[in-house]
Write a protein that binds this ligand. Structure first.
Ligand code: NIG
Ligand code: FE
Length: 413
């Protein structure tokens, strides 16, 4: 067998292992190979080993990369972003610094609703160009796969506009995208006196269309005080499941109103944020096989407390870490930064966070059998870091330590 790409002289290869999410002790049990090589054929990893590269993997004419004794990991998987939106919201920073709470800004028609206005005003091409630029930055920061939520259109036409942008980007740039339909991100102004009307628009009109046209793989709801209740969230998410979409839920971000308990009860693939997740929510997620998708950069930016990540890991709930990139609560594209904060503030170990941002994140978007680890048979999504070992990338922060990005077997950065 002659590979199309051979990476040799790897100082340390660090990877989670397997095709499903890991919680408990397994979250920190990764494989480390020193003096390693990885061989790739087309877009798949065909060999991973230690020491001398075997003769049958060497070839004239195939591309080789000398990793110069540096660290190699799987490409990062950002399992939670609000990627496509018009405008920015820098004016809200001043309000936040004056102590105006996130939910008050939303209740006054700002926050998510102000991004809804700018997203509705933007053309599909404008959104496409802006998002392409963001993805280019993410790729150079090591994100090779990214989930993207709609939820700034809040009507048929504009939710589809966001989903279409993701579909077009999927075909035109290297970062692999997974779409989540999130019309239940806020109640649009035109429905402010008609909650039932908006729920029916989502459940009876938008969801069937999105599922039929395969515009999304997941459905998400913002289950929060003043946004959607746990019962409304249940109605939307169980309807989505009937249409074949996986359920995700923004739960326990500000107030614990039952989102994490619901997540476990309905077998949601993931629950997100979970900053104030109660013990019964953790127990429910453990029982329901729900992944906790934690967003430490959001806690950092909002000056909030941090999700009880250690408790979750100990309860056997697999923890994923994502950026939550969006114009309001975290205008940050770097999953690397979120990983650093996860380490410092959740006190998760580098090994646990690596699993969180690769294998567990891949599982949170239904792709753990294809990506998230450096193993034979997986897609060749690899990073070469400007670091000699795994600890180094958690010790240094605020810089981009990714040197080379390989997506689907091709060097893309
Ligand atoms: O995950 N909390 C809800 N949604 C986003 C924020 C969206 C916004 O503020 O525009 C989040 O943090
Ligand atoms: Fe979010």
């Amino acid at each position: 067998m002659k590979p199309s790409l051979l990476i040799y002289n790897i100082g340390m290869l660090a990877t989670a292992c397997g095709n499903s999410a890991h919680g408990g002790k397994a979250q920190g049990e990764i494989q480390i190979i020193e003096n390693a090589y990885v061989a790739v054929e087309e877009n798949k990893i065909v060999a991973v080993g230690e020491g001398e590269v075997p003769a049958d993997l060497r070839c004239d004419g195939c591309k080789t990369i000398d990793a110069n004794n540096k660290l190699v990991t799987a490409g990062l998987v950002d399992a939670h972003t609000h990627l496509v939106f018009g405008g920015w919201r820098e004016h809200e920073l001043a309000l936040k610094l004056h102590g105006v709470p996130y939910l008050d800004i939303l209740a006054q028609g700002g926050g998510i609703l102000s991004t809804v206005c700018s997203t509705r005003k933007a053309t599909e091409d404008e959104l496409f160009d802006k998002t392409a630029k963001a993805l280019d930055t993410m790729l150079s920061l090591g994100t090779t796969t990214c989930e993207a939520k709609s939820g700034y259109g809040l009507d048929f036409e504009n939710e589809l506009k966001q989903l279409n942008v993701v579909k077009r980007l999927q075909e035109s740039q290297p970062v692999e995208l997974v779409s989540t339909f999130m019309a239940a991100h806020a109640l649009p102004e035109e429905y402010k006196d008609d909650r039932e009307g908006y729920l029916s628009l989502i459940i009876d009109k938008m969801l069937p269309y999105v599922a039929e046209h395969k515009l999304a793989d997941f459905c998400d709801v913002f289950c929060e005080t003043g946004v959607f209740t746990a019962e409304e969230s249940r109605r939307i998410l169980t309807a989505a499941q009937k249409h074949g979409l996986g359920a995700k839920i923004h739960a326990d971000e500000i107030d614990p109103i039952g989102g994490s308990v619901l997540a476990g009860e309905i077998g949601a693939v993931s629950a997100e944020h979970l900053i104030v997740c109660p013990d019964e929510g953790i127990a429910s997620m453990a029982k329901g096989g729900t992944i906790a998708c934690l967003l430490p950069a959001t806690s950092f930016y909002l000056g909030a407390t941090f999700a009880p990540a250690r408790k979750m890991v100990e309860a056997g709930v697999p923890v994923a870490v994502a950026s939550d990139f969006n114009p309001g609560s975290t205008p940050n594209l770097s999953l690397q930064l979120a990983m650093n904060i996860a380490c410092y503030r959740y006190r998760l170990t580098p090994e646990e966070v690596l699993t969180a941002a690769t294998l567990n994140a891949a599982a949170a978007i239904g792709k753990a059998d294809q990506i998230g680890t450096v193993e034979v048979g997986k897609q060749a999504d690899l990073l070469i870091w400007d670091a000699d070992n795994l600890n180094f990338i958690f010790y240094r922060y605020g810089n981009n330590l990714v040197q080379t990005v390989i997506k689907n077997g091709k060097v893309v950065k």
